[in-house]
Design a protein around this ligand. Structure first.
Ligand code: HEM
Length: 215
């Protein structure tokens, strides 16, 4: 079976769905069997933060991979992957609100205002919410494809805020190695988009120039 056919197989989406749930299942299993280490709450908050950032990178990877490998079928997984970003950030937020703040909304609000790195994370969460809410077909129709696409460009701002949140958190410990790995991945993916945009613009300008010469 070729690549394109395999990706279009009815089982492909359920398989990916299960794969995306694996980190959650592993965390749940580790929590229930006391394998999260000396500080389980911190381990849970950090692991779900890591998985949110990883899923952001995976979502940003879909289009370059689809274009470079000439595999249009990859596009059908983007929405599910995007919703998994939201799934992991909601668990991240709930773990923080529950384990660190005892689900006291007043304390959460005070902490978000007091600690800038949490404020930045929360801002990323707020920006992710309209993307998750408009991920179904009805919303695409209601918004119109152009406006929907424009809205979903927010994913780059979200990636930047997620990185800043991570950087700020790690700056207290002067430990930036992992932050730089994610920053490099996101910079390459963003760079690819910019390069694609510029070459499309150049092609269009050349086409217009040629047409003007002919007229
Ligand atoms: C797109 C949104 C977000 C991303 C990508 C993200 C990502 C991360 C990452 C990568 C970490 C560090 C994990 C590690 O050290 O291995 C982290 C930690 C943390 N995040 Fe987020 N986060 C986001 C949103 C939020 C939100 C909405 C909140 C709460 C309002 C939040 C609160 C925290 C806290 C409390 C920590 C742990 C700090 C510590 O252990 O000292 N994050 N986040």
């Amino acid at each position: 079976m070729n690549r394109q056919k395999a990706l279009l197989h009815p089982a492909a989406k359920p398989i990916l769905f299960m794969a995306c749930l694996l980190p959650f299942a592993w965390l749940l299993y580790s929590a229930l069997t006391n394998q999260l280490g000396a500080n389980p709450a911190e381990a849970l908050i950090r692991a779900t933060g890591d998985w949110t950032l990883r899923f952001i990178c995976i979502v940003l990877l879909v289009t370059p991979l689809r274009t470079i490998s000439n595999t249009p079928a990859l596009a059908r997984f983007r929405r599910m992957l995007g919703l998994f970003v939201y799934f992991y950030v909601v668990i991240h937020l709930l773990s923080y609100s529950g384990f660190d703040m005892g689900f006291d909304v007043g304390d959460v609000v005070k902490d978000i205002i007091k600690r800038p790195f949490i404020l930045v994370g929360f801002l990323a969460f707020l920006l992710l919410t309209p993307l998750a809410a408009t991920s179904f077909n009805g919303a695409i129709k209601a918004l119109g494809a152009k406006r929907w696409q424009l809205l979903h460009k927010l994913v780059y701002a979200i990636a930047g805020l997620g990185l800043l949140h991570f950087f700020w958190m790690r700056s207290g410990k002067n430990d930036f190695a992992e932050v730089f790995v994610y920053a490099a991945i996101i910079a390459v993916l963003l760079g690819w988009r910019v390069q694609q945009y510029l070459s499309k613009k150049r092609l269009l300008a050349n086409k217009i120039g040629r047409e003007q010469l002919l007229n």
